[in-house]
Design a protein around this ligand. Structure first.
Ligand SMILES: [Ca+2]
Length: 130
């Protein structure tokens, strides 16, 4: 498995403005899938993968990333992720656009699943929901 990211994005995100309230739409299509491929995700982090079931490249986040397509933070994840595991204690928001625009859905603490087919390969920014 290719590790695309460290977990050091906290400092660059605290200055970004909070905007939309936490939405209700979940990211997932089911409660949980098999556990075999998820083990690369550390405790207390949000992990997203380029493949289903925690396979492929992984991105590991502490607070989020305002633009997965830019040169800051992990590479290869923009519009390319299909599953996630929220190992933090907070609900996360996922967006189609940069800078937390065009909300796709949310993941509650502890949730781990393949994203709904209509939400795969679209995430461009993510963060702990404001
Ligand atoms: Ca996108």
């Amino acid at each position: 498995m290719t590790v695309l990211a460290g977990a050091a994005f906290a400092a660059s995100l605290v200055a970004l403005p909070a905007s939309a309230a936490a939405p209700a739409s979940p990211m997932g299509e089911q409660a949980e899938v098999g556990a075999a491929a998820w083990s690369a995700c550390p405790a207390a982090r949000m992990c997203i993968w380029t493949g289903l079931d925690g396979n492929g490249g992984i991105g590991i986040f502490q607070l989020g990333d305002g633009d997965l397509g830019d040169s800051s933070g992990p590479r290869g994840l923009n519009n390319a992720t299909e599953s996630g595991w929220n190992r933090t204690g907070q609900t996360w928001c996922f967006y189609d656009g940069t800078s937390y625009s065009s909300l796709l859905g949310t993941m509650a603490p502890g949730e781990r699943y393949n994203w709904h087919p209509t939400k795969r390969n679209k995430v461009t920014s993510l963060r702990v929901c404001p």
